[in-house]
Design a protein around this ligand. Sequence first.
Ligand SMILES: [Zn+2]
Length: 442
Amino acid sequence: MKRNFLRGLLPASLAICLTSSAFAQTTTAEKPIPVDKRYENEMKALAKNAAVKQAFKVIMDLEPQTHQDLITLTEIPAPPFKEEVRGRKYAEMLRAAGADSVWTDAVGNVLSLRKGKNSQKTVVMEAHLDTVFPEGTDVKVRQNGDTLRAPGIADDTRGLAMVLQVLKTLEKTGIETEATVLFIGTVGEEGLGDLRGVKHLFSENGPKNIDSYIAVDGTGLGTVANRGLGSHRYRITFKGPGGHSSGAFGLVNPHNALGRAIHYFAVDADKYTKEGIRATYNVGVIGGGTSVNSIPFESWMEVDMRSESPERVAGLDKLLQAAVQRALQEENQMKRLGPDLKVDVKLIGDRPAGGMEPTVALAQRALAATRHLGTEPTLRVGSTNSNIPFSKGVPAVTIGSGGSGGGAHALEEWFVPKNTYLGTQRALLLLLAEAGIAKGKK
Ligand SMILES: [Zn+2]
């Protein structure tokens, strides 16, 4: 996920985020979000609990080690679809922290289970292993004053280090929970990973019965994402025989068709998105062709469309399909010789939209925990692993991991580990409220 770097430059209503997986926009005015007394009291009672007080101290003691864990993990590259080396290290760390069992599933997610006293309920707390950076990217952490710089350090390696710290804290204090807790490092959150890790967790091959899902993604203390932006992404390729620009003149030209498709799509999508629930579209990359005097044999584009409303994403999708077919037909009508132009339409990203009312217990607990630690929470819409539980009707939130960071998805990504203990304490409070503290020690 990426912090909203445009916030502050634009009015809140216009603030949009341009990245693939992000807290995309502020959705509430700056007035306080109501939290039911019940959950405020629950937080107060938790914070007074002797074991929780002890746990807060343990978190402080673990800060230097967590800092080191962050650097160790950041310096293990985790490019898209190549998370296994970092995953192995993370599994080793979870095992050393004392989880009951640790394993890697079929897609590469690293799971560790901490058994609850009443295993009817299962709560997940996770961060994602993958970064957006390709193989060969220099991931050495550079420190300048308080600032740490390295690709992926904040999004989401800090999340991994914090999730590990929560597990260590529970083990060191011997706090037992009612619910079983799964601490997970997921694969494939970013970009073309297309949430494949979390999709697997909620498939029939995943752990059964996840009742509640806490995703830790990005930094900061105030945000609680309770809704997910849906998106469809396509790679569309027009294909013809290709040939000499003069000698083979009259063959279908894939570039002409692509140009038409973009034009028809943009004209219709512009109209469509001017009204109704916010929906966006973007032709992000185009390519193809070999030289100025060759008729190209292919022409392709990658297109992204998003909305909080699944119907709106479907509406944009329909406009794109229609524009592509119209362009194909028109180019074929114009050809003077040779075979027909063909088109290949490939769905390369499908993130379902969805969300959870802020009145649901998990959201209320996230808000109450944030406020309890002195930060005024804001509700957000994001595009994170929580999209999948949202779309299945499973309560989920995405929270930040404390400290502050920026430049996500850029080589200059940075993280300032200031008061990071607050991020861990918030996550612990939320987890304990959701999982319940069992009586007696482990
Ligand atoms: Zn992320």
